[in-house]
Design a binder for this molecule. Sequence first.
Ligand code: MOS
Length: 705
Amino acid sequence: MTEQVVSPVRVRSVGRRLDRADGREKVTGAATYAFEHGEADGVVDPLHVWLVQSTVAKGRVARVDSAAALSHPEVEAVIDHTNAPRLEDTDDRELAILQDDAVGFRGQIVALVLAGSAEAAREGAALVDVSYDVEPHEAELREDNATYRPDSVNPDMETDTEDGDVDAALEQAEVVVDQTYRTPYEHNNPLEPHATIAWWDTVDGRSTLSMFDSTQGVHGVVQSVAPMFGLEPDQMRVRAPYVGGGFGSKGEAHAHVVAAALAARTTNGRPVKLAVTRQQMFALTGYRTATISHVRLGARADGTLTAIEHAVKEQSSAIKEYAEQTASPTRMMYAAPNRRTSHRLALLDVAVPSWMRAPGEMPGMFAHEVAMDELAAACGLDPIELRVRNEPDLDPETGKPFNNRRLLECLQRGAERFDWASRPSEARSLQEGDWWVGTGVAAATYPAMKMPGNSARVRSLGEGRYAVAIGSVDIGTGARTVLTQIAADALEVEPDAIDLAIADSRLPSASVAGGSSGTSSWGTAIVAAAQLFRADHGEAPDAGVETTASAADDPAADQYAFHSFGAVFAEARVNRWTGEIRVPRLHGVYSVGRVINPMTARSQFVGGLVMGLSAGLFEESYRDPRFGHVVTQDLATYHVASHADVLDVGAEWLEESDEAFTPMGSRGVGEIGIVGTAAAVANAAYHATGTRVRSLPLTADLFLD
Ligand code: MOS
């Protein structure tokens, strides 16, 4: 791959409110989501797959009685661990389904039913009789589970960090906050449930596997699934032209993708369609682990921090490790000479946790930012002033200068917008009718990330038009639109001169739509290809000439710590009789580098704020420890914020450009909106009522005394 040193892009369409490139297809219903592909896309006469899931949390499958299912007139086959095609690589115990009789969590896939229609497959699945040798399980995260220290935390961070002498500093501190904060299990619940279409073929004597999959990264699906079937990457093709959200749950292939491929292996080339139901998503497609954060802050009487400790206990699945980096933001957020963070995992017999919007930062900053509010109250300080007094000169984690740390400006701008100056300093001092009224603030941060392994292709179509290709996926964020803008500016043409192709693993390699890294990673690759294209082919290239390139690493960037920042302000009203809590105002101010498209970026911020509000007030998956599964497995019992809960939500950003990070000047916008938001709501509820709640969600009962 040719590497190109990128230079900053001269901005023309970047920064404009370009309409969504795929908006018309989406609102008219013409956009084809994973399950919907048909004959026009080569999906002819498909069979439907239904998943049979374990009804025990741990044990062995003793027997699968398929007779009743197979006597169903439309059922074609039942596949279980005794007759499933063998996989070449079974190391990933989440993905390597039906290879043996072991059951590691309730809801695990233990059989597949193939039938001519989804309804018949579902009926068939209900007729499969699975018996188990049951073993005792442990499915409850408690203070006293045995834990272990993972080698690293997501994605590859240090498990523990330590600077100075935290214990001595806490001993000498004039003010100490020493509290435990809890966040619950949460499930991602994108609007489009997961779905996969798969079919096998033979091309030039080699097996090929094709898929339409609802995924955040088509190349990632190839990388994880192809080796399991003994395929080279070029023997597999995954497409995801439209994806109805993911929030991290489609960031990696889950077991249903392997189920579709396994089922299709048995049909002599006939395609199979598999849709994961909303209820099945609660066991099969990842979730946010619950967390228990023990935070200790030591400070002088004036609020200057002398010690910060954040010790996290959370859980992983016994069949596959996922270690959330909950204390990671604590490492870089505020100055203090003595600091310590740690992560410990309880291994439970539960479904495999995974990424959910701002994994790490979301639960971690809830703990840290409520603790900061407690410290402000203990010192008699305004919470913004407390943060001003603890602003670091250098990144406390790496010792490097921050490239562009504008947290205090975000706080100050938000304070003006929210009329913070008129806020009473005492909690429980404002009552309007039956409602206690208060306001709160929390800081937000998210690391700026660029992923390796991205490249892009630019081809001249003649007459000033260009085809630009990269295999990245637009999961609803607006990637199609902003990449078109970036390509246009990099080639110095109008956006309508760009034909952008994405979401196909046959296109140049793209990293996952995750970690708020998509625009930075893919956009930089597009700029690299465009700049090399211009260098090689000039301003008036012949039709058909093309350049594929990736961006060379910029060694100079290594000297900085790159993070985005924000400040979230909330007003909470708590009913003095019922404890009902409403959030009439929520406002975020962000520093995220240059905003490529104000419309799509605003949707990301507002969406993140709403999701944070939802976490603050509603979201909680209840796992029944007796059986090991999440019982709140639908949108009637797993509450997410709906229209009536979302009142005045606003987002704005500081004008800036971070060209040390990307040639577009952008840093990423997808996740920071959820960070700190639940803490701001909790801090506002404290200010309203004087009741400090240290766990999510903030339910009415917690405010009744
Ligand atoms: Mo996002 S949770 O990094 O897909």
